[in-house]
Design a protein around this ligand. Structure first.
Ligand code: NDP
Length: 598
């Protein structure tokens, strides 16, 4: 490093200052040098800044609101690419962010998902409410851009991102770049947004980035593993056990997969991303309906492929979405489909789509002679499915376990099959591998203090992460109390992992367990009833500092459990409704109430 420094005579420094300069420069990391360069430039140019210009000393804030790890991963990608351009970006979780700080942000990138019926993710809720409240500050010194994540098969696609985008502008912030709404196959659209936004920001940077550009750090937070969402690991299936007994109406599988040689690591609370293939029978049926033979050559994202191969592996061929229908309608010119897509007939479209798949659409609205490439152009990419991990790596080195219910049902006179759950249940041979990656979820994590008590509510497949939690607590010898609520249809056939829970109860690792078998009696019994019956103790645990976790169905169970929790706090804490709401909000803010719902 000394070699590259100029001689003292070539600098404006006296000997003493030169020595200090030499010592300092040779001890700095590249990142520190980049910061210092920017800082000094800022000092020199601070009086001549035009509005919106940026120095390398200035930070870009990337605010992340996410229920799963996708937004977080994109934020890391943005940060790494910013660093390559010599820009400094910090990632902040919306859940930890002090809302009043917003007005001090100069360059703000918001990456936020939408979940359920157009709602913000749990960790974004408070900031969202603040922004739409009277307390929201003027943001006229802020420049911003929003990347919205969502799923176009839901009506309120990317609503939270759109709300942030609109509200930031209303508050006076200037838009750096148009919002981009990403569907479940978000990579290309998200990369486009990231590059465009960073290009814009680079142009605002006053000093040249090349001297300080940094190599990007690995985009995946999975440590040293070369495997990621983009490059999934081919995992070997070690075990497939159906957890339900004979006569059950459920088919819940326990899968054990090998991660040996992958370098992949996960923590309890993380999810496993699984890339499925579509069912070959569904591909065949679709080809037939569309009068294709499957051998047609198509351009599959820059690669040559046959139509049937692309439909099998790369495209979503079951769930119809509005954008898909719009593209298909443009090809086939069908008046009835065009009418359904009219904004005025939103409800009629929703009614039509309920329980229907793409095969129904092409049956009901046949296309005549279609070009195979055009048809492919209507479809979205087949996204990976996320499953909450059901094992602790400490107890099962090089393995990952999942609890997956095979989704099979009948609608509109057809048998339907969940794409990924039946790919796992029905279509794996003895030598097949499953493309997987770890999706880190820092919003569903055990307390760092092993003495902290935890309450886990996980009916059905919602039990998965709690198996991982309890295994982990056993492995690390955590002394905190553990209370589990579980529910399913029948005691005799659907008590998932029963022998493990009984063993933990016996050993004392599981302090309490309450079960609700909904269909063993005339009246339905759900976990909420057990929560209410044990309300006093549950509230006492919360008062002691317990963390509360909920995993499973979002639409009904998680909402009802939330409502039950509010009622319980109201009753046991002798609080008003507003005070109980505040209590639960505080729990959420302190990360003592975390949810993994789907
Ligand atoms: P279930 O839907 O079978 O529910 C488990 C238990 O919860 C049952 O006893 C059920 O009772 C009860 N329940 C129903 N409504 C409520 C409510 N409002 N509050 C509390 N409890 C309630 O759970 P599974 O997870 O086993 O269900 C599998 C389904 O989950 C699949 O069909 C699929 O759609 C979905 N799913 C599963 C995934 C996975 O396997 N990891 C991933 C994504 C989705 P009852 O049914 O008797 O009313």
């Amino acid at each position: 490093m000394h070699d590259s420094l100029p001689e003292q005579s070539q600098t404006p420094f006296d000997e003493q200052r030169y020595r200090l300069f030499q010592q300092l420069v040779s001890s700095l990391t590249p990142e520190q040098k980049a910061w210092m360069a920017g800082y000094l430039t800022a000092q020199l140019t601070s009086t001549s800044h035009s509005a919106g210009a940026m120095t390398q000393a200035e930070e870009i804030t990337i605010l992340v609101g996410s229920q799963t790890g996708n937004s977080e991963a994109l934020a890391e990608q943005t940060q790494a690419l910013a660093r390559e351009r010599g820009l400094r970006a910090v990632i902040k979780d919306m859940g930890d962010y002090k809302a009043p700080q917003l007005k001090t942000e100069k360059f703000l990138l918001v990456i936020v998902s939408t979940y359920g019926e157009g709602e913000p993710p749990d960790n974004a809720r408070e900031l969202y409410e603040f922004l739409f409240s009277k307390r929201a500050p003027s943001l006229k010194n802020t420049q911003f851009a929003v990347l919205a994540l969502g799923d176009s098969s839901y009506e309120f696609f990317c609503k939270t991102g759109a709300d942030f985008d609109r509200r930031l502008e209303e508050l006076g912030a200037a838009r750096l770049h148009e919002r981009v709404d990403c569907d479940v196959d978000y990579e290309t659209a998200a990369e486009g947004w990231i590059n465009a936004v960073l290009e814009d920001l680079s142009q605002r940077t006053q000093s040249a980035p090349s001297a300080t550009a940094q190599p990007a750090s690995p985009l995946s937070s999975a440590g040293t593993s070369p495997y990621s969402r983009k490059h999934p690991f081919p995992a070997v299936l070690l075990e497939d056990i159906v957890l339900n007994g004979r006569g059950s109406q459920k088919e819940t599988h326990h899968y054990e997969l090998s991660l040996e040689g992958s370098g992949l690591h996960y923590e309890p609370g993380d999810a496993l991303g699984v890339y499925p293939c579509n069912a070959p029978e569904m591909v065949d049926e679709l080809l037939k309906k569309l009068h294709f033979n499957g051998e047609e050559k198509i351009d599959n994202d820059g690669k040559d492929s046959t139509l049937s191969e692309a439909l099998l592996r790369n495209y979503e061929i079951t769930t119809p979405t509005r954008p898909m229908l719009q593209k298909y309608a443009a090809l086939i010119n069908n008046a009835e489909l065009a009418r359904l897509l009219d904004e005025a007939h939103k409800q009629a479209l929703a009614d039509y789509l309920y329980g229907r798949e793409i095969i129904d659409v092409v049956t009901d609205f046949p296309g005549g002679e279609l070009n195979p490439q055009d048809f492919i152009g209507c479809l979205r990419k087949l996204p990976p499915r996320l499953y909450s991990i059901a094992s602790s790596l400490k107890q099962h080195p090089d393995e990952v376990h999942l609890t997956v219910a095979a989704v099979r049902y009948q609608s509109h006179g057809r048998r339907r099959h969940g794409v990924c759950s039946t790919f796992l249940a029905d279509r794996l041979g003895p030598d097949s591998t499953i493309p997987v990656y770890v999706d880190h979820n820092k919003n569903f994590k055990l307390p760092t203090d092993p003495d902290t008590p935890i309450i886990m509510i996980g009916p059905g497949t919602g039990i998965a992460p709690f198996r991982a939690f309890v295994e982990e607590r056993e492995a690390i010898g955590a002394s905190g109390k553990n209370w589990l609520f579980f529910g399913d249809q029948h005691f005799m056939t659907d008590y998932l992992y029963q022998s493990e829970w009984l063993r933990y109860l016996k050993s004392g690792l599981l302090t309490r367990m309450n079960v609700a078998f909904s269909r063993d009696q005339a009246e339905k019994v759900y976990v909420q009833q057990r929560m209410r019956e044990n309300g006093r103790d549950l509230y006492a645990w919360l008062q002691e500092g317990a963390y509360l976790y909920v995993c499973g169905d979002e639409k009904h169970m998680a909402r009802d459990v939330h409502e039950t929790l509010l009622g319980l706090v109201e009753r046991e804490g002798g609080m008003s409704r507003e005070a109980a709401e505040q209590y639960v909000k505080t729990l959420q803010k302190e990360k003592r109430y975390q949810r993994d719902v789907y």
